[in-house]
Design a protein around this ligand. Structure first.
Ligand SMILES: [Zn+2]
Ligand SMILES: [Zn+2]
Length: 188
């Protein structure tokens, strides 16, 4: 019985390899060079097959008018309904995104991923501040982080691991190596 359960969880999560199909879904206008950077980062980190889908408009039902931004958990539901046989779908938007977190009703985010699951979403909106890394470098790291969550990886206590909790701070993103640490790689 336990064996059967373990098998079914494994099949749901999947393991990253070159046969796994992951789609990038641009939500609204996203620069092609940003999407290309994210794709390259995902292929390098997880060794998966990445397709880039045609952009679609952000879903109206996810819009949070009081703050002029989009609710990330609703974007995940939307991305989960993407047609096609993709194991996972990663949404990218230039608009601001938020969710309810740690007692904050509407907390702005860099990204959000199901853990585990099939959908994650990133926003470049908060990643452009001056610093040692470019917006696209940061976006690529957030992509690797959020996709890691979909594979069941939790936050990592190794501070420079890409799975470290950014806690909403660009500094945390900027000290990261951008790669998975050995412990996180072993869990995949
Ligand atoms: Zn996280
Ligand atoms: Zn780690």
């Amino acid at each position: 019985m336990i064996f059967a359960i373990a098998i079914s969880i494994f099949c749901t999560l999947g393991s990253p390899d070159e046969t796994m199909q992951v789609a990038i879904q641009p939500l609204g206008a996203v620069p092609a060079k940003s999407i290309a950077a994210v794709k390259q980062g995902l292929v390098r980190t997880y060794g998966i097959e990445v397709s880039i889908l045609k952009p679609v408009a952000l879903p109206k039902e996810a819009f949070h008018a009081p703050r002029n931004r989009y609710r990330a958990e609703k974007l995940l539901t939307f991305l989960g309904e993407t047609p096609g046989s993709y194991a996972k779908v990663l949404g990218i938007t230039a608009r601001d995104i938020s969710t309810t977190k740690d007692g904050h009703k509407d907390w702005g985010l860099f990204g959000l991923g199901q853990m585990p699951g099939n959908a994650c979403v990133l926003s470049s909106f908060r990643l452009g501040r001056k610093g040692p890394k470019t917006r696209d470098q940061r976006l690529t790291e957030v992509a690797n982080h959020e996709l890691g969550h979909t594979f069941g990886l939790d936050h990592c206590s190794t501070s420079r691991c890409v799975m470290a909790d950014a806690k909403g701070s660009i500094k945390t993103v900027d000290i990261s190596t951008g790669n998975l640490c050995g412990k996180c790689k072993d869990k995949l």
